[in-house]
Design a protein. Structure first.
Length: 249
């Protein structure tokens, strides 16, 4: 589904992403891991159009989307969340997701139909799928941090993605919230059949859910393989995981 080949991104001579390769097959749950500054978020920005690569290709369903504008990438079937929560704090939970659904449908204005009556069933279905239906009338800014992160995933689902990209989905969460998010990702993959690409620092989560893992260091991809292959790779241990105790998570 997604093939990143020899991708580079340079900022004033500094290679933030350097000859990176990544493969994501349909139905995969792929984790990208690496120390801070490894280039993970920059890679996600390149895939989703927030940044244009210096060189290399990004093939999504065999089409090169490198340098394509973000809204066009979204239309192709890629949606994402961010490290820092990106929601409309003053809107309700329902309205946040409804806006995404209406945007996907290209329905932004209709003088003959009140906005609150539009896309109601689809919005409620998405909220139910992520466990936020009972909080649909709450103001989004009043949600806990964990629920705000889940809401951001719900907003991404409003664009009906085939590939869902999550940038540190459990960052700042409590262990209980992390467990809820892990179960949500398992449902999205298993029940909805979504392909998921995510980066995460919680190695317990990574090794429990990812079908494949790609490791980055200093902008380069070191290895991509199964959890066991990554866990047993000496270069990965030395570069990131730091020894057998963390690798055996």
């Amino acid at each position: 589904m997604l093939q990143v080949k020899a991708l580079q991104k340079s900022f004033d001579g500094f290679l933030a992403v350097n000859d990176t390769t990544l493969n994501v097959e349909k139905g995969d749950v792929v984790a990208v891991i690496g120390p801070n500054g490894a280039g993970k978020t920059t890679l996600f920005h390149l895939i989703t159009g927030q940044l244009a690569p210096t060189s290399g290709s990004i093939l999504f369903k065999e089409e090169n989307i490198a340098g394509m504008l973000p809204y066009l990438v979204c239309r192709k079937g890629i949606s994402r969340s961010y490290q820092v929560v990106n929601i409309f704090n003053r809107l309700t939970v329902f309205e946040n997701v409804q806006v995404a659904v209406l945007s996907y449908r290209k329905k932004t204005f209709n003088i003959f139909q009140p906005a609150k009556t539009m896309a109601v069933s689809e919005t409620r279905k998405i909220l139910g799928s992520v466990g936020l239906l009972d909080k649909s009338e709450m103001t989004s800014g009043s949600l806990s941090h964990g629920d705000q992160k889940v809401l951001e995933i719900a907003i991404a689902l409003g664009n009906r993605p085939e590939l869902l990209i999550l940038d540190e989905p459990t960052a700042g969460m409590s262990p209980e919230e992390t467990a809820v998010t892990l179960r949500l990702m398992e449902r999205l993959s298993g029940e909805l059949g979504l392909t998921i690409l995510f980066c995460e620092h919680d190695m317990g989560m990574v090794f429990s859910i990812a079908s494949r893992i790609m490791v980055m260091k200093q902008g380069k991809s070191i290895i991509q393989g199964s959890p066991d292959e990554v866990r047993n790779n000496q270069q990965v241990r030395e570069a990131y995981l730091g020894g057998a105790d963390q690798c055996s998570t």
